[in-house]
Design a protein around this ligand. Sequence first.
Ligand SMILES: Cc1ncc(COP(=O)(O)O)c(C=O)c1O
Length: 392
Amino acid sequence: MNTQEIIDIEDAFQIPTYNKLPIALAKGEGCYVWDTEGKKYLDFYGGHCVTPLGHCPPRVVKAIQEQTERILFYSNVVYSPLRAKCAELITSLAPETLKHVYFCNSGAEANETALKLARTFTGKNSILAMNAGFHGRTIGSLSATGIEKYRAPYLNILPPASFIPFGSIDEAKKALEESDDIAAIILEPIQSMAGIVEQDPSYYKELRELASKFGVALIFDEVQTGVGRTGTFSISDQYGIKPDLITMAKSLGSGLPVGVVFVSDRIAASVKPGDHGSTFGGGMVSMAAVIGTIETIIDENLMEHAVRINNRLKEALSPHVVDVRGRGCLMGVECAEPVKPLISALREAGVLVGSSFDPNVIRLMPPVNTPMDELESFIDIFTKTVAELEVA
Ligand SMILES: Cc1ncc(COP(=O)(O)O)c(C=O)c1O
């Protein structure tokens, strides 16, 4: 099948939920992917912030392969040495008051779980969320997603939520004073789809204080920022605070669908059997992928390397564009003009990057183990393409 035939068949049978790139991928290795025509791309989009170790990282692939020969799956009705190992490993990296976990299969499911746990724990019903925040497309997660076009068609069925500007402590305080029914404040610490928007660390501290004062659970959606991508396992460590619940997904399984909720000791103590569940959550093959991913990140000091990558990209790209921001390997590059033509030109030149809801911002989500040579190749192609298009 040639590329056009593949596109035609997918489009004929899949419901049209996605805006797609006009390429079909055949394989990936490290920072690179190859399309079915044999063209090679340097992948700084990471399959949508998913591949922390690049494509097919050998240690993760080996762990998955070995597990597939032992047992593919059994549900949480039994114990598993792999799930035990994964839970112990992953909680060892979590903030010290969040030493319990719930494994699931995606970011949206992790967020729904966190929202549900917050409601059960507090006995309250409503959610306070941020304008422009993104937490997923399922009804529960959509209830906290502050993007009007996604929410508007479903307002009649979404659980109650109110939205405030990201960064305004005054608005957060006002909302909490006006309602005694708020169970949780949920936010992306770095709003990614919004164009890599982050607040001063003092904001997160003040939110933490407000949440404690009003008896509200603070949920950090670290579906993108988590698993070391921003330089620490949880970005909350960089702000010096401890949320009550943290969700992670994307990078966790190096491409296998896995999500996790880190749960505070107090909230964990309020949960009993039957309150929640997922057939596939904590499945053995997923657990093998998570262990392989996390052990590689730790053994190879890749959280530090993510910071090195960030520093080099900021230094090299800043003179050519309006702004380069973000932490570790979750970055936004703001140009003076809409970046759509730049994204296409980069693809033509063999580089994949991400877009965002800000038309002038490109997102970079390279692997945290990107070698310095590949980084320099990216910088070279990016700066040349920007100059040719005069978008900066
Ligand atoms: C911050 C954030 N939260 C939640 C989600 C939803 O994750 P998933 O697509 O795995 O359900 C995403 C997806 O892009 C995300 O970026």
